[in-house]
Design a protein around this ligand. Structure first.
Ligand SMILES: *Cc1c(COP(=O)(O)O)cnc(C)c1O
Length: 458
């Protein structure tokens, strides 16, 4: 057989024309979202004040297996997709493993991550519905950048509330977001009632994601024609991210390959849900049985140590309740450098699949993750985002297991983004000041005790 190329790109014709909705093939569906006031299942129409109508429909649609990608979105995807499927020859050699390691690299766009795949879809539907603008929050900044890029394409005004400490730590994120004409406001701010209240109580606060969400939601509901959008966790976001997995599967088929193990990092679950989608479909339909491994930070271990329970999706407690693996919406993870993985909950779809035994999960301390990141950068000449490096660490450990057992397995992992915006984190690792934090059981119990009480359910 001819040698497998280092990088495989699909042609434009081979790119997916439909997203794949994993829920259509699940044996049991995730439990429904609940209205936090009535504890009744939320209806599609009840989501309209928050989401665009088409997105609310995608959120609730458990039945449509394949959803056409609007042609305009397909055209936009062609500006930065297909993303390459890369064979990690050098990493394999360095690990002396018989395993074949592949990764799908999503860092080749200005946001530096996979987030643009959903941002462009959300902006498209907002424009189509005639909305006047969008609001969102951003922690690490990748989502804010991706959405700014997408909104700028559709000339849609965007206000991004960025957690104040990240805003100050990452001045270049601000510049990129401003390049795309979005307004960026450090949160808490004087532009909303909730922001003014929080500042009055604590003028020196550095902000939190929960607070930024509360401001973004207030801004959306008090500005005519505006809606609020989210970049992970939701079913609609996993749907859009299925392009990652669909492209990967086609590319692997061209190489006559099929993964024995699929590994991805898990924050809110969107890249992992997208990467595994067509492979999980095979598993659900009994066509193949790949192992699926989620990798999370030891400092924010929602799958490995969380509760499977109804919880708010945000710290501000304004969203519907979702049944998911959660650390409790009031849980504030330590200041880990993988900002994109510091989320208290996990996609309800992935939570259900994990609960039903279709997936595994592991967690690692950040110093181990950066060790893997540096090894990977040297072998593969891509400096990975700290979030993505969790998947690298997971894949490396699987490859080492293959070395020990002598099995030549095929491993596929998702490399979600570039680490160029995270050089402070690399500096901390390289100068030895990085510390690892693992929450105690008592700390987690404290957060679990504050999970919402739902009569007859929990
Ligand atoms: C946001 C982000 C993640 C985590 O988000 P998911 O929704 O779990 O995919 C991972 N990697 C990068 C580079 C990110 O920006």
């Amino acid at each position: 057989m001819a040698k497998i190329p280092h990088r495989l790109y699909l042609t434009e014709e081979q790119m997916p024309k439909q997203w794949y909705n994993l829920r259509a093939d699940m044996k049991e569906l995730p439990d429904p979202m609940l209205d936090p006031r009535t504890f009744k299942p939320a209806t599609e129409a009840e989501l309209y004040p928050v989401f665009c109508e088409k997105l609310a429909h995608q959120e609730m649609d458990d039945a449509t297996r394949y959803v056409d990608i609007p042609e305009e979105i397909q055209e936009f995807y062609k500006m930065y997709r297909p993303s390459p499927l890369i064979r990690a020859y050098n990493l394999e050699k360095a690990l002396k493993t018989p395993a074949r390691i592949y990764y799908k690299y999503e860092g080749n766009n200005t946001s530096g991550s996979h987030k643009l795949n959903s941002a462009i879809a959300q902006a498209y539907y907002a424009k189509e519905q005639g909305l006047k603008g969008l609001t969102t929050e951003t922690g690490a900044g990748q989502w804010g950048t991706a959405l700014a890029e997408a909104c700028s394409y559709y000339h849609l005004p965007l206000t991004v509330y960025m957690v104040k400490c990240s805003y100050e730590q990452k001045p270049f994120r601000k510049s990129i977001i401003q390049t795309f004409d979005a307004q960026i406001i450090p949160s808490p701010s004087m532009t909303t009632e909730v922001g003014r209240r929080i500042l009055a109580e604590d003028p020196d606060t550095t902000g939190s994601l929960g607070c930024a969400i509360s401001e973004a939601v207030e801004k959306a509901v008090t500005t005519e024609g505006y809606k609020y959008v989210l970049g992970s966790v939701l079913n609609q976001v996993l749907l859009h991210q299925s392009v990652i997995g669909l492209e990967s599967k086609t590319a692997m088929e061209m190489l006559d390959e099929y993964p024995d193990i699929v590994v991805g990092c898990a924050g809110g679950g969107s890249n992992l849900g997208g990467l595994i989608a067509p492979f999980m479909q095979d598993k659900l339909l009994g066509k193949a049985d790949p192992r699926i491994v989620a990798v999370e930070p030891a400092s924010c271990p929602s799958l490995t140590r969380g509760r499977y329970a109804y919880d708010f999706c945000d710290t501000g407690k304004v969203t519907p309740l979702a049944k998911m693996y959660t650390l409790g919406c009031e849980y504030i993870p330590s200041a880990n450098h993988a900002g994109g993985l510091r989320y208290h909950g996990m996609s309800p779809i992935l939570s259900k699949l994990y609960h039903d035994g279709y997936m595994e999960a592991v967690s690692y301390e950040q110093s181990k993750v950066f060790e893997a990141a540096v090894l990977f950068a040297k072998q593969e000449t891509i400096l990975p985002a700290p979030e993505s490096a969790h998947a690298i660490k997971g894949a490396i450990d699987e490859a080492i297991r293959c070395r020990e057992s002598g099995e030549a397995k095929t491993i596929l992992f998702g490399l979600t983004g570039t680490g160029y915006f995270d050089m402070n984190a690399y500096s901390a690792y390289l100068d030895g000041t990085m510390t690892d934090y693992i929450p105690t059981d008592a700390e987690l119990e404290q957060a679990f005790a504050k999970l919402p009480k739902i009569p007859g359910i929990q």
